[in-house]
Design a protein around this ligand. Structure first.
Ligand code: ATP
Length: 202
């Protein structure tokens, strides 16, 4: 999986549509303090399904929407798209036959987020699982933000285990297991109800 493009509109300080090409190899982002370097990394994490407003340095998720300046009014929506190449078709799951994926997350003020993959509406969970399976999720060690190295060193064993599982690309399995267990419980409840109805008919 290779990230090749990042498009932002109305996201934090990126009020105007902005597109960044991410070439193979090392990419550096340079600029004066406060120009938006961290906002770019946050945009990456956000489009991968980050659901903690705090880790986006906000008090609510709407804080990622351009809040306005003296000269420009605030916006009511933000959108970030990430294009990833999958030439070897190594992406696991439902998208393994696509050469290129465009993952889009959009948020409207007071309306919450919606997600699309190649134009199709998907759940937040589908996006989170896609990146978790590819070991590049919003919480993966592939995303190292300021202060994260110290936090990794002092992490509790349980939290460190979660980091290792994310790196190994197996963290999506926990979520799938929970989903399967819930389905199983619902099916067992249905079976009981069916048996009950059958015994009343006999
Ligand atoms: P440093 O080098 O100091 O770490 P940086 O280049 O990483 O800075 P960021 O922290 O990415 O900069 O960007 C901070 C800027 O983004 C601030 O000017 C802040 O006002 C602006 N900003 C953050 N959220 C929003 C928002 N919702 N609307 C408008 N501007 C925002």
């Amino acid at each position: 999986m290779q990230f090749t493009r990042l498009r932002l509109t109305g996201f934090k300080s990126f009020v105007d549509p902005t597109e960044l090409r991410i070439e193979p190899g090392l990419t550096g982002v340079v600029g004066p303090n406060g120009c938006g370097k961290s906002n770019l990394v946050e945009a990456l994490r956000w489009v991968m399904g980050e659901n903690s407003a705090r880790s986006m340095r906000g008090s609510g998720m709407d804080d990622v929407i351009f809040a306005g300046t003296d000269r420009r009014p605030a916006r009511n929506l933000a959108e970030v798209s990430l294009v990833v190449e999958n030439p070897d078709r190594t992406l696991p799951g439902a998208f393994d036959d696509e050469d290129r994926l465009e993952i889009t997350r959009r948020i409207e003020r007071d309306q919450g987020s919606s997600y699309r993959i190649n134009g199709r509406d998907v759940r937040a969970k589908d996006v989170q699982l896609l990146f978790a399976d590819a070991a590049t999720g919003a919480h993966s060690p592939a995303m190292v933000s300021q202060g994260r190295v110290g936090a990794l060193i002092s992490a509790k064993p349980r939290d460190r285990r979660a980091i290792l599982e994310e790196a190994a690309g197996i963290s999506g399995l926990h979520s799938r297991r929970r989903e399967a267990e819930q389905k199983l419980k619902a099916t067992e409840a249905n079976l009981l109800r069916l048996q009950d109805s059958l015994s009343r008919l006999e």
